[in-house]
Design a protein around this ligand. Structure first.
Ligand SMILES: [Zn+2]
Length: 84
């Protein structure tokens, strides 16, 4: 068996440049803005549909906000249902 140590290439972690951080900040701002737009539209759609509302994030999977319908909290992502 070859006991020669495997030579590892030591790579320095990528250090972000100012340009990277500026770009990241711009993308984060755009994503947060988009999220607020989607939440506002979703709440309006839920309000207009009657009997449906949007609640807090699913504590089971975190994949979606829970939807309140017919006296139940439902998660569209994992399917969990809880009676209110
Ligand atoms: Zn879920």
């Amino acid at each position: 068996m070859d006991s020669k140590p495997i030579r590892e290439r030591r790579r320095r972690p990528h250090e972000p440049t100012t340009r990277d951080l500026t770009d990241l900040n711009r993308r984060l701002y755009a994503t947060e803005r988009r999220l607020r737009q989607v939440e506002a539209a979703l709440n309006e759609v839920a309000r207009r549909s009657g009997g449906v509302s949007v609640s807090h994030p699913c504590t089971r999977c975190g994949g979606s906000l829970l939807v309140v319908v017919d006296g139940e909290l439902r998660c569209p992502a994992c399917g969990v249902r809880e009676r209110l």
